[in-house]
Design a protein around this ligand. Structure first.
Ligand SMILES: [Zn+2]
Length: 108
């Protein structure tokens, strides 16, 4: 069975994909426009910025030792250590410091 990836690891990985993909599109269209003379130069800043931010947040999470498991992709293995946010009543992991939905401090 494959190991479970943490949220930070996934964030860094997919952020890297977006970041790299955006850069690739930008570089490809730039070289095509340069060689062809009059081609369309598409700067994919959206994915680059989006992916860059996502990647940085993931890497920061990794650096901080964030071991929160992303349960969104494996609903059959939802851990029992979950609680409800007293503010917005959404189900959140019991060990998180802040509610991911409304940002309420959970360890008061
Ligand atoms: Zn909440």
């Amino acid at each position: 069975m494959a190991r479970t990836y943490t949220k930070a690891e996934k964030q860094a990985f997919f952020g890297f994909l977006w970041f790299g993909g955006g850069l690739l599109v930008t570089c490809l269209t730039y070289s095509l426009a340069s060689n062809g003379g009059g081609g369309t130069y598409a700067v994919a800043w959206g994915p680059v910025v989006f992916g860059g931010i996502k990647m940085m947040r993931g890497l920061l999470g990794l650096a901080a030792g964030d071991s929160e498991v992303d349960v969104d992709s494996s609903p059959e293995t939802v851990p029992a250590d979950r609680t409800h946010c007293p503010s917005c009543r959404r189900q959140v992991a019991a060990k998180v410091n802040y509610c991911p939905t409304c940002g309420r401090y959970m360890l008061a």
